[in-house]
Design a binder for this molecule. Structure first.
Ligand code: AMP
Length: 458
Protein backbone atom coordinates (compact mmCIF):
# COMPACT_ATOMS: atom_id res chain seq x y z
CA UNK A 1 0.00 0.00 0.00
CA UNK A 2 1.23 3.51 -0.85
CA UNK A 3 0.28 6.94 0.51
CA UNK A 4 -1.56 7.49 -2.78
CA UNK A 5 -3.79 4.49 -2.03
CA UNK A 6 -4.77 6.24 1.19
CA UNK A 7 -6.30 9.00 -0.93
CA UNK A 8 -4.24 11.79 0.54
CA UNK A 9 -4.02 15.06 -1.36
CA UNK A 10 -1.37 15.87 -3.97
CA UNK A 11 0.05 18.48 -1.58
CA UNK A 12 0.63 15.86 1.10
CA UNK A 13 2.06 13.35 -1.37
CA UNK A 14 4.58 15.97 -2.47
CA UNK A 15 5.60 16.75 1.10
CA UNK A 16 5.92 13.03 1.90
CA UNK A 17 8.03 12.36 -1.18
CA UNK A 18 10.35 15.15 -0.11
CA UNK A 19 10.62 13.49 3.31
CA UNK A 20 11.47 10.29 1.45
CA UNK A 21 8.70 8.31 3.11
CA UNK A 22 8.30 5.28 0.85
CA UNK A 23 5.15 3.80 2.33
CA UNK A 24 2.75 4.28 5.24
CA UNK A 25 3.60 2.59 8.52
CA UNK A 26 1.04 0.07 9.94
CA UNK A 27 -0.64 2.65 12.21
CA UNK A 28 -0.87 5.06 9.29
CA UNK A 29 -2.39 2.39 7.01
CA UNK A 30 -5.01 1.58 9.60
CA UNK A 31 -5.82 4.97 11.07
CA UNK A 32 -5.75 7.36 8.10
CA UNK A 33 -8.79 5.93 6.26
CA UNK A 34 -10.97 6.19 9.41
CA UNK A 35 -9.81 9.71 10.21
CA UNK A 36 -10.60 10.77 6.63
CA UNK A 37 -14.09 9.23 7.10
CA UNK A 38 -14.51 11.52 10.15
CA UNK A 39 -14.78 8.56 12.50
CA UNK A 40 -13.74 8.67 16.14
CA UNK A 41 -10.63 6.62 16.70
CA UNK A 42 -8.89 4.89 19.57
CA UNK A 43 -5.31 4.13 18.52
CA UNK A 44 -2.97 1.92 20.49
CA UNK A 45 0.50 2.47 19.14
CA UNK A 46 3.96 2.79 20.57
CA UNK A 47 5.99 5.89 19.95
CA UNK A 48 8.26 5.48 16.97
CA UNK A 49 5.58 3.80 14.89
CA UNK A 50 4.63 6.89 12.89
CA UNK A 51 1.67 7.64 15.15
CA UNK A 52 1.95 11.42 14.79
CA UNK A 53 1.63 11.39 11.00
CA UNK A 54 -1.33 9.02 11.32
CA UNK A 55 -3.41 11.92 12.64
CA UNK A 56 -1.53 14.96 11.32
CA UNK A 57 -1.74 13.88 7.66
CA UNK A 58 -5.52 13.33 7.44
CA UNK A 59 -6.18 16.38 9.63
CA UNK A 60 -4.33 18.58 7.17
CA UNK A 61 -6.54 17.40 4.33
CA UNK A 62 -9.76 17.70 6.34
CA UNK A 63 -8.90 21.22 7.54
CA UNK A 64 -7.99 22.38 4.06
CA UNK A 65 -11.72 22.98 3.57
CA UNK A 66 -12.79 26.05 5.55
CA UNK A 67 -11.02 28.80 7.44
CA UNK A 68 -10.48 29.70 11.09
CA UNK A 69 -12.12 32.58 12.92
CA UNK A 70 -10.48 34.88 15.41
CA UNK A 71 -9.77 33.13 18.74
CA UNK A 72 -11.73 30.07 17.59
CA UNK A 73 -9.41 27.25 16.54
CA UNK A 74 -10.88 24.54 14.31
CA UNK A 75 -8.91 21.69 15.77
CA UNK A 76 -7.14 20.97 19.02
CA UNK A 77 -4.33 18.56 19.81
CA UNK A 78 -3.60 17.96 23.49
CA UNK A 79 -0.14 16.73 24.42
CA UNK A 80 1.15 15.90 27.92
CA UNK A 81 4.54 17.63 27.58
CA UNK A 82 5.92 20.73 25.97
CA UNK A 83 8.43 18.77 23.94
CA UNK A 84 5.78 16.51 22.46
CA UNK A 85 3.60 19.48 21.63
CA UNK A 86 6.55 21.18 19.93
CA UNK A 87 7.30 18.01 17.99
CA UNK A 88 3.73 17.73 16.73
CA UNK A 89 3.90 21.38 15.68
CA UNK A 90 7.08 20.61 13.73
CA UNK A 91 5.26 17.73 12.05
CA UNK A 92 2.50 20.11 10.95
CA UNK A 93 5.08 22.37 9.36
CA UNK A 94 6.82 19.51 7.61
CA UNK A 95 3.79 17.72 6.22
CA UNK A 96 1.70 20.85 5.76
CA UNK A 97 4.24 22.87 3.79
CA UNK A 98 1.98 22.89 0.69
CA UNK A 99 -1.18 23.60 2.67
CA UNK A 100 -2.20 27.05 3.61
CA UNK A 101 -3.10 26.41 7.23
CA UNK A 102 -2.20 28.25 10.41
CA UNK A 103 -1.27 26.82 13.76
CA UNK A 104 -0.45 27.95 17.28
CA UNK A 105 1.54 26.15 19.92
CA UNK A 106 0.37 26.85 23.46
CA UNK A 107 2.89 25.54 25.95
CA UNK A 108 4.11 26.65 29.34
CA UNK A 109 7.51 28.17 29.99
CA UNK A 110 7.14 30.83 27.28
CA UNK A 111 5.34 34.20 27.40
CA UNK A 112 1.64 34.55 26.64
CA UNK A 113 2.05 37.53 24.28
CA UNK A 114 3.16 35.77 21.13
CA UNK A 115 0.59 33.01 21.67
CA UNK A 116 -2.12 35.67 22.14
CA UNK A 117 -1.26 37.36 18.87
CA UNK A 118 -1.51 34.10 16.94
CA UNK A 119 -4.86 33.24 18.56
CA UNK A 120 -6.12 36.70 17.69
CA UNK A 121 -5.48 36.12 14.02
CA UNK A 122 -7.35 32.81 14.11
CA UNK A 123 -5.72 29.39 13.82
CA UNK A 124 -6.71 26.17 12.12
CA UNK A 125 -4.72 23.97 14.45
CA UNK A 126 -4.09 24.52 18.13
CA UNK A 127 -1.47 22.30 19.73
CA UNK A 128 -1.39 22.64 23.50
CA UNK A 129 -0.51 21.22 26.86
CA UNK A 130 -3.62 21.13 29.10
CA UNK A 131 -2.38 23.58 31.78
CA UNK A 132 -1.40 26.37 29.39
CA UNK A 133 -4.57 25.95 27.37
CA UNK A 134 -6.67 26.33 30.55
CA UNK A 135 -4.72 29.48 31.43
CA UNK A 136 -5.51 30.99 28.04
CA UNK A 137 -9.11 29.92 28.34
CA UNK A 138 -9.50 31.52 31.74
CA UNK A 139 -8.00 34.77 30.41
CA UNK A 140 -10.62 34.74 27.65
CA UNK A 141 -7.97 34.40 24.93
CA UNK A 142 -9.47 31.36 23.27
CA UNK A 143 -12.90 29.82 22.62
CA UNK A 144 -13.29 26.15 21.88
CA UNK A 145 -16.80 26.30 20.37
CA UNK A 146 -15.54 25.86 16.83
CA UNK A 147 -13.29 22.85 17.44
CA UNK A 148 -14.30 20.12 14.98
CA UNK A 149 -11.39 17.72 15.53
CA UNK A 150 -9.96 16.92 18.95
CA UNK A 151 -6.85 14.78 19.42
CA UNK A 152 -5.92 13.48 22.86
CA UNK A 153 -2.42 12.14 22.36
CA UNK A 154 -0.46 9.99 24.83
CA UNK A 155 -3.58 9.47 26.92
CA UNK A 156 -1.84 7.11 29.33
CA UNK A 157 0.73 9.73 30.11
CA UNK A 158 -1.98 12.35 30.62
CA UNK A 159 -3.41 9.98 33.18
CA UNK A 160 -0.08 9.37 34.93
CA UNK A 161 0.66 13.07 35.10
CA UNK A 162 -2.70 13.88 36.64
CA UNK A 163 -3.91 15.92 33.66
CA UNK A 164 -7.24 14.16 33.28
CA UNK A 165 -9.25 16.72 35.33
CA UNK A 166 -7.93 19.47 33.03
CA UNK A 167 -8.61 17.36 29.94
CA UNK A 168 -12.14 16.80 31.24
CA UNK A 169 -12.71 20.52 31.63
CA UNK A 170 -11.33 21.21 28.16
CA UNK A 171 -13.44 18.51 26.52
CA UNK A 172 -16.57 19.88 28.24
CA UNK A 173 -16.03 23.19 26.41
CA UNK A 174 -15.92 21.57 22.98
CA UNK A 175 -19.22 20.86 21.19
CA UNK A 176 -20.17 17.16 21.20
CA UNK A 177 -20.55 17.22 17.42
CA UNK A 178 -16.87 16.72 16.80
CA UNK A 179 -14.43 14.07 15.71
CA UNK A 180 -12.25 12.77 18.53
CA UNK A 181 -9.04 10.80 18.15
CA UNK A 182 -7.36 9.33 21.17
CA UNK A 183 -3.93 7.69 21.16
CA UNK A 184 -2.15 5.78 23.85
CA UNK A 185 0.96 3.63 23.85
CA UNK A 186 -0.59 1.38 26.46
CA UNK A 187 -4.24 0.50 27.00
CA UNK A 188 -4.89 -0.13 30.70
CA UNK A 189 -8.49 -0.26 31.96
CA UNK A 190 -8.45 3.41 32.99
CA UNK A 191 -7.70 4.46 29.42
CA UNK A 192 -10.57 2.37 28.10
CA UNK A 193 -12.85 4.14 30.58
CA UNK A 194 -11.64 7.52 29.36
CA UNK A 195 -12.23 6.43 25.79
CA UNK A 196 -15.84 5.58 26.70
CA UNK A 197 -16.24 9.09 28.07
CA UNK A 198 -14.60 11.07 25.29
CA UNK A 199 -15.22 9.03 22.14
CA UNK A 200 -18.34 8.12 20.28
CA UNK A 201 -18.50 4.69 18.66
CA UNK A 202 -14.77 4.72 17.92
CA UNK A 203 -12.87 2.50 15.54
CA UNK A 204 -10.05 0.81 17.39
CA UNK A 205 -6.68 0.29 15.79
CA UNK A 206 -3.74 -1.46 17.39
CA UNK A 207 -0.40 -1.88 15.74
CA UNK A 208 1.32 -3.98 18.35
CA UNK A 209 0.02 -5.77 21.40
CA UNK A 210 -0.61 -3.34 24.25
CA UNK A 211 2.52 -2.54 26.21
CA UNK A 212 4.78 -4.40 23.81
CA UNK A 213 8.31 -3.19 23.27
CA UNK A 214 9.83 -2.85 19.80
CA UNK A 215 11.77 -5.91 18.68
CA UNK A 216 14.50 -3.71 17.22
CA UNK A 217 15.67 -3.04 20.78
CA UNK A 218 17.93 -5.46 22.63
CA UNK A 219 16.99 -5.36 26.29
CA UNK A 220 19.31 -6.23 29.15
CA UNK A 221 19.51 -5.63 32.86
CA UNK A 222 22.38 -5.83 35.30
CA UNK A 223 22.28 -6.15 39.06
CA UNK A 224 24.38 -3.48 40.76
CA UNK A 225 24.56 -1.74 44.09
CA UNK A 226 23.52 1.90 44.23
CA UNK A 227 27.15 2.90 44.60
CA UNK A 228 28.20 0.97 41.50
CA UNK A 229 25.69 2.60 39.21
CA UNK A 230 27.62 5.74 38.31
CA UNK A 231 30.85 3.95 37.51
CA UNK A 232 28.94 1.40 35.47
CA UNK A 233 27.28 4.20 33.55
CA UNK A 234 30.55 5.91 32.74
CA UNK A 235 31.99 2.60 31.64
CA UNK A 236 29.15 1.91 29.25
CA UNK A 237 29.16 5.41 27.80
CA UNK A 238 32.90 5.10 27.24
CA UNK A 239 32.37 2.30 24.74
CA UNK A 240 32.58 3.04 21.03
CA UNK A 241 29.27 1.33 20.29
CA UNK A 242 27.44 4.05 22.21
CA UNK A 243 26.73 6.75 19.62
CA UNK A 244 24.44 8.65 21.95
CA UNK A 245 22.25 7.82 24.90
CA UNK A 246 19.34 8.86 27.02
CA UNK A 247 19.90 8.12 30.69
CA UNK A 248 16.72 7.92 32.73
CA UNK A 249 16.61 8.64 36.45
CA UNK A 250 13.52 8.40 38.63
CA UNK A 251 14.22 11.53 40.66
CA UNK A 252 15.15 15.04 39.60
CA UNK A 253 17.88 15.13 42.24
CA UNK A 254 19.52 12.12 40.62
CA UNK A 255 19.28 13.73 37.20
CA UNK A 256 21.46 16.59 38.48
CA UNK A 257 23.88 14.31 40.29
CA UNK A 258 24.36 11.95 37.37
CA UNK A 259 24.86 14.91 35.04
CA UNK A 260 27.51 16.29 37.38
CA UNK A 261 29.40 13.02 37.53
CA UNK A 262 29.38 12.70 33.74
CA UNK A 263 30.55 16.27 33.23
CA UNK A 264 33.28 15.83 35.83
CA UNK A 265 34.55 12.87 33.87
CA UNK A 266 34.64 14.76 30.59
CA UNK A 267 31.49 13.41 28.93
CA UNK A 268 29.54 15.81 26.72
CA UNK A 269 26.27 15.60 28.60
CA UNK A 270 23.15 17.62 29.27
CA UNK A 271 19.97 17.15 31.26
CA UNK A 272 16.25 17.45 30.76
CA UNK A 273 13.71 17.59 33.58
CA UNK A 274 10.35 19.10 34.37
CA UNK A 275 11.64 22.08 36.37
CA UNK A 276 13.67 23.54 33.53
CA UNK A 277 12.32 26.57 31.72
CA UNK A 278 11.27 26.10 28.14
CA UNK A 279 14.22 28.01 26.73
CA UNK A 280 16.77 25.72 28.41
CA UNK A 281 14.83 22.61 27.45
CA UNK A 282 14.69 23.60 23.81
CA UNK A 283 18.34 24.65 23.75
CA UNK A 284 19.43 21.34 25.31
CA UNK A 285 17.35 19.32 22.88
CA UNK A 286 18.76 21.24 19.94
CA UNK A 287 22.30 20.53 21.11
CA UNK A 288 21.45 16.87 21.47
CA UNK A 289 19.88 16.67 18.04
CA UNK A 290 22.96 18.35 16.54
CA UNK A 291 25.27 15.91 18.35
CA UNK A 292 26.86 18.72 20.33
CA UNK A 293 26.01 16.74 23.42
CA UNK A 294 25.84 12.97 23.23
CA UNK A 295 24.32 11.98 26.53
CA UNK A 296 21.12 13.33 27.95
CA UNK A 297 20.25 12.59 31.56
CA UNK A 298 16.53 12.97 32.00
CA UNK A 299 13.35 12.35 33.94
CA UNK A 300 10.36 10.55 32.46
CA UNK A 301 8.27 13.67 32.13
CA UNK A 302 10.80 15.52 30.04
CA UNK A 303 11.73 12.69 27.74
CA UNK A 304 8.29 11.45 26.87
CA UNK A 305 7.89 10.98 23.15
CA UNK A 306 11.19 12.55 22.17
CA UNK A 307 11.87 11.77 18.56
CA UNK A 308 15.60 11.78 18.05
CA UNK A 309 16.99 10.00 15.07
CA UNK A 310 19.38 7.10 15.53
CA UNK A 311 19.49 6.99 19.31
CA UNK A 312 21.76 4.03 19.99
CA UNK A 313 21.21 3.48 23.74
CA UNK A 314 18.73 4.00 26.51
CA UNK A 315 20.13 3.45 29.99
CA UNK A 316 17.71 3.09 32.84
CA UNK A 317 19.84 4.35 35.68
CA UNK A 318 16.86 3.44 37.86
CA UNK A 319 14.14 0.90 37.16
CA UNK A 320 10.95 2.88 36.53
CA UNK A 321 8.46 2.51 39.37
CA UNK A 322 5.58 2.47 36.87
CA UNK A 323 6.24 -0.47 34.59
CA UNK A 324 4.62 1.25 31.62
CA UNK A 325 7.25 3.98 31.73
CA UNK A 326 9.74 1.32 30.72
CA UNK A 327 7.96 0.91 27.39
CA UNK A 328 8.12 4.64 26.78
CA UNK A 329 11.72 4.95 27.83
CA UNK A 330 13.07 2.24 25.61
CA UNK A 331 10.80 3.41 22.79
CA UNK A 332 13.28 6.29 22.38
CA UNK A 333 15.74 3.87 20.77
CA UNK A 334 15.32 1.32 17.99
CA UNK A 335 13.11 3.76 16.08
CA UNK A 336 12.12 3.55 12.43
CA UNK A 337 13.57 0.04 12.07
CA UNK A 338 17.02 0.89 13.47
CA UNK A 339 18.75 -1.28 16.05
CA UNK A 340 18.70 0.05 19.61
CA UNK A 341 19.93 -1.08 23.00
CA UNK A 342 18.36 -0.71 26.41
CA UNK A 343 20.28 -1.47 29.60
CA UNK A 344 18.63 -1.29 33.01
CA UNK A 345 20.50 -1.00 36.30
CA UNK A 346 18.81 -2.88 39.12
CA UNK A 347 19.58 -2.70 42.84
CA UNK A 348 18.16 -5.28 45.24
CA UNK A 349 15.54 -2.72 46.34
CA UNK A 350 14.46 -2.31 42.74
CA UNK A 351 13.87 -6.00 41.99
CA UNK A 352 10.13 -5.70 42.57
CA UNK A 353 9.93 -2.98 39.93
CA UNK A 354 11.97 -5.08 37.54
CA UNK A 355 9.53 -7.98 38.05
CA UNK A 356 6.64 -5.72 37.05
CA UNK A 357 8.56 -4.52 34.00
CA UNK A 358 9.41 -8.11 33.02
CA UNK A 359 5.72 -9.02 33.23
CA UNK A 360 4.89 -6.19 30.88
CA UNK A 361 7.78 -6.91 28.53
CA UNK A 362 6.91 -10.63 28.61
CA UNK A 363 10.24 -11.54 30.15
CA UNK A 364 12.23 -10.26 27.21
CA UNK A 365 14.89 -8.48 29.28
CA UNK A 366 17.90 -10.73 29.69
CA UNK A 367 20.31 -10.53 32.55
CA UNK A 368 23.95 -9.62 32.07
CA UNK A 369 25.38 -11.97 34.67
CA UNK A 370 28.48 -11.32 36.69
CA UNK A 371 30.60 -14.38 37.23
CA UNK A 372 32.37 -14.96 40.54
CA UNK A 373 35.62 -13.34 39.48
CA UNK A 374 33.86 -10.30 38.13
CA UNK A 375 31.76 -9.99 41.25
CA UNK A 376 34.87 -10.26 43.44
CA UNK A 377 36.58 -7.67 41.35
CA UNK A 378 33.69 -5.28 41.74
CA UNK A 379 33.33 -5.91 45.43
CA UNK A 380 37.02 -5.47 46.20
CA UNK A 381 37.30 -2.35 44.07
CA UNK A 382 34.23 -0.91 45.59
CA UNK A 383 35.39 -1.67 49.10
CA UNK A 384 38.87 -0.21 48.48
CA UNK A 385 37.42 2.88 46.97
CA UNK A 386 34.94 3.23 49.77
CA UNK A 387 37.67 2.93 52.40
CA UNK A 388 39.77 5.51 50.58
CA UNK A 389 36.75 7.75 50.46
CA UNK A 390 36.16 7.35 54.20
CA UNK A 391 39.81 8.09 54.95
CA UNK A 392 39.56 11.18 52.78
CA UNK A 393 42.17 9.68 50.48
CA UNK A 394 41.94 11.03 46.96
CA UNK A 395 42.83 8.55 44.28
CA UNK A 396 44.59 9.85 41.23
CA UNK A 397 43.32 8.97 37.80
CA UNK A 398 45.32 6.73 35.54
CA UNK A 399 47.63 8.48 33.12
CA UNK A 400 46.87 8.16 29.42
CA UNK A 401 48.30 4.92 28.11
CA UNK A 402 48.62 3.35 31.54
CA UNK A 403 46.80 0.05 31.75
CA UNK A 404 44.59 -0.98 34.60
CA UNK A 405 46.65 -4.05 35.49
CA UNK A 406 49.83 -1.95 35.72
CA UNK A 407 48.07 0.46 37.97
CA UNK A 408 46.32 -1.91 40.26
CA UNK A 409 48.69 -4.87 40.23
CA UNK A 410 45.74 -7.24 40.02
CA UNK A 411 45.97 -11.02 40.26
CA UNK A 412 46.29 -12.73 36.84
CA UNK A 413 42.61 -13.68 36.41
CA UNK A 414 41.42 -10.17 36.99
CA UNK A 415 44.22 -8.63 34.96
CA UNK A 416 43.26 -10.90 32.06
CA UNK A 417 39.65 -9.88 32.31
CA UNK A 418 40.59 -6.26 32.26
CA UNK A 419 43.12 -6.66 29.48
CA UNK A 420 40.37 -7.96 27.23
CA UNK A 421 38.74 -4.67 27.81
CA UNK A 422 41.68 -2.40 27.16
CA UNK A 423 40.33 -0.65 24.09
CA UNK A 424 37.37 0.62 25.99
CA UNK A 425 39.49 1.54 28.98
CA UNK A 426 41.80 3.60 26.76
CA UNK A 427 38.84 5.51 25.42
CA UNK A 428 37.64 6.20 28.91
CA UNK A 429 41.12 7.30 29.94
CA UNK A 430 41.32 9.69 27.01
CA UNK A 431 38.08 11.21 28.16
CA UNK A 432 39.39 11.43 31.68
CA UNK A 433 42.62 13.12 30.63
CA UNK A 434 40.55 16.27 30.10
CA UNK A 435 39.89 16.50 33.76
CA UNK A 436 41.91 17.63 36.70
CA UNK A 437 44.25 14.88 37.67
CA UNK A 438 43.43 14.58 41.37
CA UNK A 439 39.76 13.98 41.48
CA UNK A 440 38.01 11.57 43.77
CA UNK A 441 36.62 8.41 42.21
CA UNK A 442 33.82 6.65 44.00
CA UNK A 443 32.29 3.21 43.55
CA UNK A 444 34.55 0.82 41.69
CA UNK A 445 36.11 3.62 39.70
CA UNK A 446 36.46 2.84 36.07
CA UNK A 447 37.25 -0.78 36.67
CA UNK A 448 34.01 -2.06 35.33
CA UNK A 449 34.43 -5.37 33.63
CA UNK A 450 33.73 -6.35 30.07
CA UNK A 451 30.27 -7.67 30.89
CA UNK A 452 28.99 -4.12 30.90
CA UNK A 453 30.07 -3.38 27.40
CA UNK A 454 26.88 -3.81 25.41
CA UNK A 455 28.41 -4.34 21.97
CA UNK A 456 30.19 -7.43 23.20
CA UNK A 457 27.13 -8.97 24.81
CA UNK A 458 24.44 -8.28 22.21
P1 AMP B 1 6.24 8.95 15.73
O1 AMP B 1 5.83 7.57 16.10
O2 AMP B 1 5.12 9.76 15.23
O3 AMP B 1 7.00 9.62 16.83
O4 AMP B 1 7.26 8.84 14.46
C1 AMP B 1 8.51 8.24 14.55
C2 AMP B 1 9.46 8.60 13.39
O5 AMP B 1 9.07 7.94 12.18
C3 AMP B 1 9.49 10.09 13.06
O6 AMP B 1 10.85 10.46 12.93
C4 AMP B 1 8.80 10.22 11.73
O7 AMP B 1 9.34 11.29 10.99
C5 AMP B 1 9.08 8.87 11.08
N1 AMP B 1 8.02 8.42 10.15
C6 AMP B 1 6.69 8.58 10.30
N2 AMP B 1 6.03 8.01 9.27
C7 AMP B 1 6.97 7.47 8.44
C8 AMP B 1 6.92 6.75 7.21
N3 AMP B 1 5.77 6.45 6.63
N4 AMP B 1 8.09 6.37 6.65
C9 AMP B 1 9.26 6.66 7.25
N5 AMP B 1 9.39 7.34 8.42
C10 AMP B 1 8.25 7.74 9.01
Amino acid sequence: MTFKDLELSEELLRALTERDYKQPTPIQKQAIPYVLMNRDLLGCAQTGTGKTASFVLPMLDILEQGRARMRMPRSLILEPTRELAAQVAENFDLYGKYHNLTKALLIGGVTFNEQDKLLDRGVDVLIATPGRLMDHFERGNVLLNDVKILVIDEADRMLDMGFIPDVDKIVSKIPPMRQTLMFSATMPKEIKKLADRFLSNPKEVTVSPPSATADTVTQQFVKLSTRQKRSALRRILGDDSVRNALIFCNRKRDVSEVLQTLERHGFQAGSLHGDMDQFSRTATLEKFKKDEIKYLVCSDVAARGLDIEAMSHVINFDVPTHAEDYVHRIGRTGRAGRQGHAITFVTSEERKYLDAVQDLAKGSISEIKLDTIQRKEIESKEEKSHQAHRRGHVRSKPEAGETRSEKTNLPPAEAKLIQSNQGAIKKSEQKMSHQQSHEEVVGFGDDIPAFLIPAKKV
